[in-house]
Design a binder for this molecule. Structure first.
Ligand code: ADP
Ligand code: MG
Length: 590
């Protein structure tokens, strides 16, 4: 039974099974081959020093093969922009190789691409997501510091040597380890060579108005801003104060300026400053990532000391620090908040340069960094170069994107896209028009004339109006919705931290002067006692002794109470900061 139709059905089933087996075999073979290919590719990658995810490396390689022709060649013929933004990608480091991190950044001048590895919903198929940004310059890992310098910083040297009082500033911005200091150190030595070359150049068309070694003295100052403190790197880390007088002139009081007459002298100074930075870093694990280092080169008239040009080279604190405001360590926390504020303020100040005369108010008072660099933002002879350094590794991609977004927002007029202005800028509170003290505008060199500023009202505190402005501007940049309440808490915290810095400074100063006075009192007490019980004392006035001792004791109590009160107020400020920072959920990001 069933013999008639059974056999072909069985055959068909058998055939189907055989076919399925064959297909399975073929799939296995292909997969095996692919596996071998992949292993071979991985070996080739490792041999070439790229041990990361072989699939992503392959995807990035393929992407580069089809896009490499989009890179434009560098040209320096166009006029150097008032604000120049350059991005530099450093090579993959040994550390990254050891972590099997793969290269995920491609610089095709003038564009920077960040490739993110993604998985499709099937959970197996891999693909890349790309983010791109366009800048004035985009330097890949094969570029030398000299390339970066030639296009982004060298034009500024001629600008400051023109003797018209130009203010040029070069910033290195980026995540810790991305190459800020590496780039800045290279630039420092190239500046040394080119500056003196230009100042002594015979071909240099003779022109009275230009700076030459005959009419100009080159001086260097080098200092660091670290947790709200300013220290002199060329003078034993002496603490300095920044003061703005009633006329709006900013002075870093106590800052040493050293003369240098040739590249070697110049370099010796800068080198000493750099060493002060790094030596200190090893003592207290990498403080350099938490500080802004500012190296200023001043060209002064030989006869009058009048400032004829200034070049500031600024190695900024690691940009990732700005987001590390939830730390349990108070010092880290307040430092991070300070860095956050100063980097936000910096962005706004540079941005204001672009809007030209009568444009937006420059919120330079929002941080010490921007206050010190005031003339670099307000002078009508200001030029700024921002070099954003990025790490290539996929594990740094978030920081890299943050760096590129930050830098991207600095310039309103995008490269090759003059017409498109950012519509978001009109949102939020309108820029406040604040009448600026006119004194510094007609003669931009005034703020640097070396006269003592002590006669007029001095103010070194951070300006709350400018902090407010920063906050309202920062709002536009925040992607996620932050509750109003939290926002005001964040603002409150920022203020508390500023107050904390001020109070700490006051407390330490008071303590210091009280120790001094106590020492003087102690000496006087010794003498007083000697005057009544010394070996050679015959006549003495015990009434006078008693009354003087009474005065001394009163004064000591007074001093002690003064310090006590200051300490109580400082400690309540500490507590306030701690409570506020615990309460805060979300901090403004870049
Ligand atoms: P940052 O100052 O941003 O923290 P560094 O300048 O200290 O970073 O750089 C971190 C490390 O990477 C250093 O060892 C430095 O020598 C190296 N490095 C940075 N940029 C480059 C580059 N373009 N080429 C080669 N090595 C680099
Ligand atoms: Mg550094």
């Amino acid at each position: 039974a069933g013999a008639t139709g059974g056999a072909p059905a069985k055959d068909q089933t058998r055939l189907r099974i055989e076919k399925m087996e064959a297909e399975r075999e073929e799939r296995r073979r292909i997969m095996q081959e692919r596996k071998i290919e992949r292993a071979e590719e991985e070996q080739r990658n490792i041999a070439a020093g790229n041990p990361g995810d072989v699939d992503f490396i392959g995807l990035v390689r393929k992407w580069r093969e089809t896009h490499s022709d989009t890179a434009q060649s560098f040209s320096s013929s166009k006029q150097h922009p008032k604000i120049c933004i350059a991005v530099r990608k450093r090579p993959v480091s040994e550390k990254e190789r050891a972590k099997r991190d793969h290269d995920s950044v491609t610089c095709l001048h003038p564009t920077v691409w960040v490739h993110s590895a993604k998985l499709r919903v099937d959970g197996i198929t891999k693909y890349l997501d790309h983010n791109s940004f366009r800048f004035d310059y985009s330097f890949d890992e094969t570029s030398t510091t000299e390339d970066v310098y030639n296009y982004s910083a060298m034009p500024l040297i001629e600008f400051v040597c023109s003797g018209k009082g130009g203010r040029a500033t070069v910033f290195a911005y980026g995540q810790t380890g991305s190459g800020k200091t590496f780039t800045m150190n290279g630039i420092q030595s190239m500046v040394a060579e080119d500056l003196f070359h230009l100042l002594s150049n015979d071909d240099y068309e003779y022109d009275d108005s230009k700076c030459t070694l005959d009419n100009t003295i080159v001086t260097v100052s080098f200092f660091e801003i670290y947790g709200g403190r300013i220290v002199d790197l060329l003078n034993n880390r002496e603490r300095l104060k920044v003061l703005e007088d009633g006329k709006g002139e900013v002075v870093v009081s106590g800052l040493e300026e050293f003369e240098s007459n040739d590249p070697a002298e110049f370099f010796a100074l800068v080198d000493a400053g750099n060493k002060k930075r790094t030596t200190h870093s090893t003592e207290a694990n990498d403080t350099s990532s938490r500080s802004h280092a500012i190296c200023q080169i001043l060209l002064r008239d030989k006869a009058t000391s009048r400032l004829r040009g200034k070049l500031s080279l600024v190695d900024l604190a690691g940009s990732e620090r700005g987001t590390d405001t939830k730390s349990h360590n108070r010092q880290r926390r307040t430092e991070s908040s300070e860095i956050n504020t100063s980097l936000l303020a910096l962005k706004e100040c540079i941005r204001a340069l672009d809007s030209g005369k009568g444009g937006r108010h420059v919120p330079y008072r929002a941080s010490k960094l921007t206050l010190i660099l005031k003339d670099c933002f307000t002078s009508n002879l200001a030029r700024t170069t921002m070099i954003a350094t990025v790490s290539p590794g996929a594990s740094s991609a978030d920081h890299t994107l943050n760096t590129l977004r930050y830098t991207d927002r600095i310039k309103e007029k995008k490269v090759g896209d003059i017409s498109k202005t950012k519509e978001t800028r009109t949102r939020g509170s309108p820029p406040r028009q604040i009448t600026r003290t006119k004194s510094s505008s007609p003669s931009p060199v005034r703020s640097e004339i070396d006269d003592t500023p002590k006669q007029s009202f001095l103010n070194d505190s951070v300006d709350f109006d400018d902090l407010d402005l920063l906050e309202s501007d920062a709002e536009e940049d925040i992607k996620e919705e932050i509750k109003e309440e939290e926002k005001s808490e964040a603002a409150q915290l920022q203020r508390t931290i500023q107050d904390l810095f001020e109070e700490e400074e006051d407390l330490l100063n008071l303590h210091m002067s009280i120790i001094q006075e106590n020492a003087e009192l102690l000496t006087e007490e010794g003498r007083l006692l000697q005057s009544v019980q010394g070996d050679d004392v015959v006549d003495y006035d015990i009434d006078q002794y008693a009354s003087r001792l009474g005065n001394i004791l009163d004064r000591k109590t007074q001093l002690s109470t003064l310090l006590q009160n200051k300490l109580v107020s400082f400690r309540s400020q500490l507590k306030k900061e701690e409570e506020l920072s615990k309460k805060i959920g979300n901090v403004p990001d870049f």
